[in-house]
Design a protein around this ligand. Structure first.
Ligand SMILES: C[C@H](O)[C@H](O)[C@H]1CNC2=NC(N)=NC(=O)C2=N1
Length: 95
């Protein structure tokens, strides 16, 4: 069973997660790209990262925009796995 983060742990983590916000108890961020292909390439890179850590985003793509929400379904809330995926996403986006 994956352990949920406490509110304090979440607020501390958000300090290092530029661009991310807590929305409906999920980590939420919107990513903008120069074109659709760049957006989709980003999604491909993130998909590979997600598969490697067996932790997957809830996301949508409209043209140059990718919207991502992170939560741990097994925990019914945020866990350390969401922070790890957010960090991997930050690397793939560049900031
Ligand atoms: C069996 C497999 O490990 C689980 O279903 C994984 C897959 N990816 C996952 N991703 C997310 N976001 N939450 C989960 O609880 C989760 N569980």
């Amino acid at each position: 069973m994956t352990v949920k983060l406490t509110d304090l742990e979440i607020s501390n983590a958000l300090k290092d997660l530029d661009g991310w916000a807590l929305k409906d108890e999920k980590l939420h961020r919107v990513f903008e790209f120069d074109d659709f292909i760049s957006a989709f390439a980003f999604m491909t890179r993130v998909a590979i990262r997600a598969e490697k850590i067996d932790h997957h985003p809830e996301w949508s793509n409209v043209y140059k925009t990718v919207t991502i929400a992170l939560t741990t379904h097994d925990a019914g809330g945020l866990s350390a796995k969401d922070l790890a995926l957010a960090e991997a996403i930050k690397i793939e986006y560049g900031r």
